[in-house]
Write a protein that binds this ligand. Structure first.
Ligand SMILES: Nc1nc2c(ncn2[C@@H]2O[C@H](COP(=O)(O)OP(=O)(O)OP(=O)(O)O)[C@@H](O)[C@H]2O)c(=O)[nH]1
Length: 518
């Protein structure tokens, strides 16, 4: 073989080897690229899976994903992969600790739920199983979440049971207290006649064995009745104003029409006066001009007849005027009468209301508002005329026991009888008001220090001697009284405070006594 042929065959061989080496290199490159691609994909998925659990891990994975696109060899990523592996291990430990803590938390909650006595039996059993189940540790968050859901389910069932049995809520002492207070309050409010029976029934209910629902319904009914009364009151005032307005419109029309009539009559009268004057002038002229007495007589007769005619018309006009005037006065009087009646009715109603606003409906004594007015009045007199003024506060002793032992309506009657006794034991110039509950206030002007004790003890004795008989049992009801004289430079309120403190002393010193603050 020639040298040249040998060389050609060697070159061909080398070419073939080179080609083989290039394609092997291409394969390696392709393989490396595929692996890098897979790694990038894997890191991408890992990032998604771990996202939000650990900020450092999120950042490292993001950086690695970014770097991998530039790396020639996977080896270049090794340091970062080691770092990520370390963080992943830490994260796993952290998650496990957290899961354990959450498991303990669930066990604590379950123990609390077990204390709910009203939980249905079925739920109680399930809770027991669940508690045993909770003894095993969790390995993943996915085991934890269904447990939480189950726990919420228990809560739901227990709450549902509570809601469906809400109607059977026990009535608590404070509810009973509210019912009693409402009963007292409605006795103090003046209701319309047609509402009174309903109120009486409600009072009985409130003072008896009451359920929470009935109590709420009572509050609602009373509110509606009161709102209804307010609305009626408003519409009564409105009716009165409308009636007043109608009457004024009628009066205005009458005045207008009589004014117009008047103007027309005035013009007619002017015309008639002119005519009459003309006739008189004419008659005058005839008298001076005519010499023939017969002709004069004839002419004068004509003139006088025209004059009589004009005068008759004037008379008729004036009489029509009179009639119209009488009519309009009559219709105005009618309107005024009806509006006066209406106003009187309204005044009476207002007066009744004012009176009711100042009276305590149960005892018919003056109420607290009336007391305040009277205190102002008495205080002014005391300052002006320098007369002595006493204020006494009195409270029935152990009144609660009357209610408790004999019922609230007996309590009410007792209050009425004592109120009457108090009123009857005072002079006209003296004043007593129901201050609230079983407490009364007396204003006593013109009483000297020597007499106050005698007066108040007489009042106390009078009440003590009332022969109360409840359920065939003779009961003595007593009063404690505290009193104070309004001193120079002292306000009524200050004197009241002293009287109230004296009452407190009377109670503390054994009740059924009068204590005067000196
Ligand atoms: N029947 C009835 N009872 C009322 C009225 N207003 C208040 N009461 C009752 O009066 C009682 C007042 O009781 P307490 O304040 O404890 O006083 P008390 O039993 O009189 O005892 P002392 O004042 O300490 O002697 C409560 O039971 C109230 O319900 C009412 O209008 N009618």
């Amino acid at each position: 073989m020639k040298d040249s042929e040998i060389a050609i065959s060697q070159i061909t061989l080398m070419k073939q080897k080179l080609h083989a080496a290039r394609s092997a290199l291409d394969d390696i490159n392709k393989d490396r690229n595929d692996k890098l691609k897979t790694l990038i994909q894997f890191i991408g998925h890992l990032s998604l899976a771990c996202k939000g659990q650990n900020l450092e891990l999120d950042n490292k994975l993001a950086k690695l994903r970014h770097h991998l696109h530039g790396y020639e060899q996977i080896d270049e990523a090794l340091p970062e992969l080691v770092d990520i592996e370390r963080i992943l291990k830490g994260q796993y430990n952290h998650t496990m600790t957290q899961l354990e803590e959450s498991r303990m938390g669930l066990s604590r909650v379950i123990r609390q739920i077990q204390r709910v006595n009203s939980a249905p039996e079925k739920v109680k059993k399930e809770i027991n199983y669940f508690k045993k189940d909770l003894a095993k540790p969790f390995h993943t968050v996915w085991e934890y979440i269904p447990k939480v859901e189950k726990l919420i389910g228990f809560y739901e069932e227990i709450l549902q049971q509570q809601f469906t049995s809400a109607d059977d809520y026990d009535i608590l002492p404070q509810h009973i207290q509210l019912a009693r207070e409402l009963a007292v309050k409605i006795s103090e409010i003046e209701f319309r006649k047609d509402q009174r029976d309903q109120i009486l029934v409600m009072k009985e209910v409130l003072l008896g064995e009451i359920s929470l629902n009935t109590l709420l319904e009572s509050y609602q009914t009373i509110l509606s009745l009161l709102l209804d009364n307010i609305a009626r009151e408003k519409s009564a005032s409105q009716d009165f104003l409308y009636a007043l307005n109608d009457a004024l419109t009628v009066v205005r029309d009458v005045v207008n029409s009589s004014h117009n009539n008047n103007e027309r009559s005035q013009q007619l009268k002017l015309q008639l006066n002119k005519e009459i004057n003309l006739r008189v002038d004419n008659a005058g002229g005839i008298i001076t001009d005519v010499e023939d007495i017969l002709a004069l007589k004839t002419q004068l007769t004509v003139q006088l007849s025209s004059l009589r005619d004009a005068l008759t018309r004037k008379e008729a006009l004036e009489s029509r005027e009179q009639t119209l005037l009488r009519k309009s006065i009559e219709s105005m009087r009618k309107e005024l009468n009806s509006i006066t009646q209406e106003a009187n009715c309204y005044k009476e109603k207002l007066f009744e209301h004012q009176k009711l606003n100042l009276l305590d409906p149960l005892t018919q004594l003056a109420n607290r508002t009336a007391l305040e007015d009277r205190m102002d009045q008495e205080y002014r007199n005391h300052i002006r005329f320098k007369t002595p003024l006493w204020i006494a506060v009195t409270d029935i002793d152990h009144f609660k026991s009357v209610n408790d032992n004999f019922g609230h309506s007996t309590g009410d009657k007792t209050l009425q009888v004592i109120a009457m006794a108090l009123k009857n034991s005072l002079r006209d110039s003296e004043f007593v008001a129901r201050y609230g509950g079983e407490e009364f206030v007396l204003l006593l002007p013109d009483i000297t220090q020597d007499h106050i004790s005698t007066l108040l003890n007489r009042v106390r004795e009078k009440v003590k001697n009332i022969p109360f008989k409840f359920k065939n049992q003779r009961i003595t009801v007593t009063l404690s009284i505290g009193a104070a004289q309004v001193m120079d430079n002292e306000t009524m309120e200050e004197a009241f405070e002293r009287a109230d403190a004296a009452l407190y002393k009377a109670k503390n010193n054994g009740r059924d006594r009068v204590v005067i603050d000196m």
